[in-house]
Design a protein around this ligand. Structure first.
Ligand SMILES: C[S@@+](CC[C@H](N)C(=O)[O-])C[C@H]1O[C@@H](n2cnc3c(N)ncnc32)[C@H](O)[C@@H]1O
Length: 238
């Protein structure tokens, strides 16, 4: 039987946020995050969180300004910061308590990640943050649910719809991209991204979970960059 030790718990307007430690016999203990009763991630298998950042950074020539939707335990953010082309990262996290635990060391690696001077943490719903954004970005990364088929909050359904994704498209500079993480194949999301952006691709990611091979999925769409197509007028960044 697995033993757990509760590390922190908070009750918010959207339900409970719980951080707990899974005690493992050999090797380092594992931190688990549950939001609104849903297991969202742990610190053991983080390759797909990292890959979300790497895959998206690979399709953007100049990813200076990045938005990360969903701080979680900060692995996607850490991978973004490892790219020296990145100058600013705005991380939007809806759970204030989790932001506090990352800042105060309740999540041991949290203060180190957030200390990077390029990071700004915004405690808000990413839908609201995108709607109110005053700035343009090169990359928007979304990892807020277990995918469109397994939501952490019912309201998040809108994040996979054409209206929100079109808001994201308008936020992006030419050549910019959006990438969305999903635990399962999400054909409707792929189709919506194709409608909104003109094209999009699904990237399956193989992962090993407790000695079981499985796959997660990334959905990546790019805003066409007129500079990389043969046009004569140079385009300046907005
Ligand atoms: C799976 S975790 C993110 C994991 C993260 N990629 C990492 O590397 O640790 C999802 C996070 O998104 C947050 N979240 C859920 N809905 C959100 C929303 N609408 N806006 C902003 N954050 C949200 C959750 O509270 C949780 O911290």
């Amino acid at each position: 039987m697995t033993d757990y030790v509760e590390v922190a718990r908070a009750e918010g307007p959207r339900g409970e946020v719980v951080l707990r430690r899974r005690v493992v016999e050999r090797g380092a203990d594992v931190l688990e995050l549950r939001v609104n009763g849903v297991f969202v991630m742990d610190s053991h298998e983080t390759t797909s969180e990292v890959r979300l950042a790497e895959a998206a950074l690979a399709v953007v020539d100049d990813p200076r300004d990045v938005v990360v939707g969903g701080l979680g335990l900060g692995y996607t953010l850490q991978a973004v910061l490892a790219d020296h082309r990145v100058e600013q990262v705005r991380v939007v996290e809806v759970e204030d308590a989790l932001v506090g635990w990352m800042r105060d060391g309740t999540v041991p690696h949290g203060p180190g990640v957030l200390a990077d001077r390029r990071v700004t943490v915004v405690a808000a719903d990413v839908a609201q943050a995108v709607a109110e954004a005053q700035h343009h970005y090169d990359l928007v990364l979304l990892d807020v649910d277990n995918g469109p088929g397994y939501l952490v909050h019912d309201d998040n359904a809108a994040l996979y719809g054409a209206t929100f994704l079109d808001d994201v498209r308008r936020l992006l500079r030419p050549g910019g991209a959006v990438a969305v993480w999903s635990a399962d194949p999400a054909p409707a999301l792929l189709e919506t991204l194709r409608e909104v952006f003109g094209d999009a691709e699904e990237q399956p990611l193989e992962v090993t979970l407790q000695q079981r091979e499985t796959a997660y999925y990334l959905y990546v769409a790019r805003v066409e960059d007129p500079v990389s197509t043969p046009v004569s007028t140079p385009v300046s960044r907005p």
